[in-house]
Design a protein. Sequence first.
Lengths: 510, 323
Amino acid sequence: MTNAPALALRDIRKAFGGVQALDGATLVVERGSVHGLVGQNGAGKSTLIKILAGIHHADSGVIEVDGVRQTMLTPARCDQLGVHFIHQDRLLAPSLTVAEALLLGHEPRWSGTPFINRRRLEAQAQAAIRCAFDIALPPRALVRDLSNAEQQIVQITRALLHRPKILVFDEPTTALVRREADFLFATIRRLRADGLTVLYISHYLNEIRDLCDAVTVIRNGRDVARVDARATPTSQLVSLMIDRAVDQLFPARQAAFGAKGLEVDKLSLAGQFEDVSFGVCKGEILGVTGLVGSGAKALARALFGLERPTSGEIRVKGEAQRLNSPRDAVAAGVALVPEDRRRHGVALGLSVRENATLAALNRFRRFGLLAASREKAAVNGLISRLSIRTPDAETPVRALSGGNQQKVALAKWLIHGSQVIVLDEPTVGVDVGAKVEIYREIAALAAGGAAIVLVSSDLMEIQGLADRALVFFRGAVVADIARSELESDRLLTFVTTGHDSREPHAKAAE
Amino acid sequence: MPKPPNRPALATALRLGAYLAFAAILLVFALAAPGFLTLGNWLNVLQQSAILGLLAFGLTIVVIGGGGNVVTGGIDLSVAANLGLAAAVYASLVKHGYPDALAAAATLSAGLAVGALNAVAVTALGIVPLLATLAVAKIVSGLEFVLTQNSVVTATSPFLAWLSDNGPLAVPVMAYVLVLVTLIAWPAVQATPWGLRLQAVGAHREAARAAGLPVKTYVAGSYLVSGVFGALAGILSAAYLTGSSPGSADILLSVVVAALLGVVFSPRLTPSIGGAASAVLFIGLLNNGFQLVNISSYWVSGVEGALILFVVACTPSQREAMS
C-alpha cells in the first residue's frame, strides 16, 4: 500500500448543456477516514458523486483511487476497485426476503444440484447482518415489510459483503428517524475502526460534526474549503456554503398586509409533520423551507387537498375548509403551482391559451360554449404581463422552455383569481432570467392581494422573497422568522440542524 | 415520525379470503352436483386443465420477470395464438405423413421462434409488452391461418393417440403431463438461483441491475420459456382435438385469469408457479362444476372477467402502478 489518499478527484469540470455544474472541484479522502461532503442544493455534490460512480463522465480532471489514475470509470469498474455506493433510495426488490435480497447473485446451492440451499442462505444472511450490525434481522422477513432503517441495514450489509475499500453514503439518513440514524452512525464508526474509508454526503451538518474527520465544502461547482470536521463550528460551515455574491434578483417588498387569507391550526399529517400552526395575510409571502422529508413539501400537498391531514384545521378567509381533494381546494380559492410542472402543472400537448384558461373555463363560457374572443384577450394580456416567450397563444406548451412553462402554470391561477396560492419549488430547473420574472410575478401576485405560501429549498429565494419564513425539521416547525431577522446563515443553520445559530452551543450534545 | 400503516395483515386477509372462496365453491358444487367429488371427475378436470395449465405457467414466468404492473409490466398475450400455431404445425406435419419426432421438433422450434420474436420486441426494441405481444399474437395467428387456410386439420398419430388416452392406473396421460410439468416448473422457478433472480428483475429492475444481474437476458429468457410452454400446450391441443382447429384465441382470457389469480394464492402475493397451479385447478373445477349442475358454460366467461377485476383491484403491486 502506498501513502496516497484512498480517493482523489482533482480539478473536475463538467458542463450540462451550457450550465457549468462543476467548475474545478477537488475532493481528497484520506484512507481510513470518514470524510464529509456538504454544499447547498445545486452546488454540484450529486454531479461529483455521479462522476465518481461512473454514471457521468467528467469533461476534464483527474480521478485517482489508491493513487492509481482512473481514465474510464464505469459502474462495473467501481465494483472492481472496491468503491460501493449506498444511495438515498433503497435499491432492494420488495418481494424478496432479507436473505434473498442480501445474497442475490451469490446464492448458495445444495452441492451437485441447481437448487438454492435455503438453510445456508438464511444462515449466511443472518451471520452477515450480525457481523455488520450486531443485530438479528429475521432472514425470512420480506423487504417490503421492513422499516426504512432495516432496509438500509440490508443494503449496507449487501455492500459490505463485497468487501469494499471505499463506501459512499449519499444522504443516508433522509428517511430515517433519530434512533435509526444513531444506529447507522455507530456502524459507520465501527467500519472506520476496521480500516474502511467512508465518503459521507449529508445536508445535516450536525451529523457531519459528530461523524466525520474532515469535510469538504462545495459551492457553485467548486470546493471552497477542506477543514477539520470536529474543530470547525457549524456556523463556519454554513457561511462557507452560502454564496454571498447573489445578484439583485429580487423585487422590492413592502409590508402592507390585509386580513388573514389563510390560517392553519395544529395541522398534522401522519408520517409527515405534526402540530403545524401559522397564518398568512393577504399580500404576504410566507416562505416554507426544510430538507427533503422534513414535511415542508407535504404541507404544500395538504394545503391543496392532495393529502388528508390526520388532525387540525385549515381556514381560508376565516372560513374552516375541508380540503379532501384538489377540487375542494380550488373551490375554496386555493391554487397550487407544483414542482413537477411537466407532470402536474401544465398539459404539454395543449396550447398556451388552453393551459392558461383550463382552471377557469367557467368564466369564459357563453351559452355552454367558449367565448373565444374574451378568452383570447385575457390570455394575450397574461402573455405580455408575464412576458411568456412563445410565438403565439396557440403554441403547444411542449415547445416552450422550462421557465416559460412555469409562467404558464402561474398564468393558469392568475386567470382563475385564486386567493391563496401555494408555490412548490417554483424556480427549480429554470434559468436566471426566467427566475427574475417569476420572482417579480410572485411579488405582483402578493401585491394584488393574494396570500402566498412559497415552499422552496432554495434559501436565497426564501430570504429574498418571503415576508416571513417557517423552517421544517424532521416533521416539526422549528422556526418562524420575520423578514427583518432573515439571514441566510441563520436559515441554513435551522434547516440543517434544527437549531438556532444564535443560541449558545448548549444543544450540541442532544 | 409515525409510520404509515403496514400491509402484511391485509395480505394475509386477502390470501385467506382466496382460500376460503376456493373452499366455499368446492362445498357448493359438492352439495349441488353428486358426481363432483369423485376421483374420476377430478382426473377429468386435470386432463381438461392441462392446456390451460401449461400456458398459465408460461405467462406466470413472464409476469415474474417483467413485474406485476398491469400496464407496463411483463405480459404475454401471444400465448393463445402460439398454442394455435403450434397445434397447426404439428397437425399439418403429421397429416402429411411426417413422424411424430419431427413434428414435435418443428413445433417446439416454432414456439421458441414466437418467444424469440416477443423477446426481441420487448427487450431490443423496447416496446411495452402489452403491445409487443399483442402485435406478435396477430402475426402468429396470421401464420396459423396461412398454414391451415382457417380450417380444421385432422391428424392422428400414435403419439397423439397415446396423449389423449388413459395411462397407467386409468389416469389420463394429460393429467400426468400437467402434474409432471408442475413438479418440474415449481422448483425450477421457486427454488433455483435463476428463478430468484428472475423475481428480483421483475420486482425492482434498478435494484437487479445494481446487483449486477443481466436484466435484459432474464426478461428475454422468460419470453422464450413462455414460447416453449405454448408449443407444448399446442401438442396437447392437437392430441385433445385430434388435429388443429381455429379458435385458439378463446383461451387467452382464462390464461390471464389463471396467472393473475395465482397471485392471491401465493404466500408473497407475487406471481408464482404454485399459485398459478392452484388457480388453474380452481378455474377447471369451476368450469366442471357449472357443467355438472347444468349451468351454461358461458357464465364461466363472466365469472373469469369478474375475477380479473377483483384480483387487479386487490393486489398491492398493481394498485401502486396506478397511483
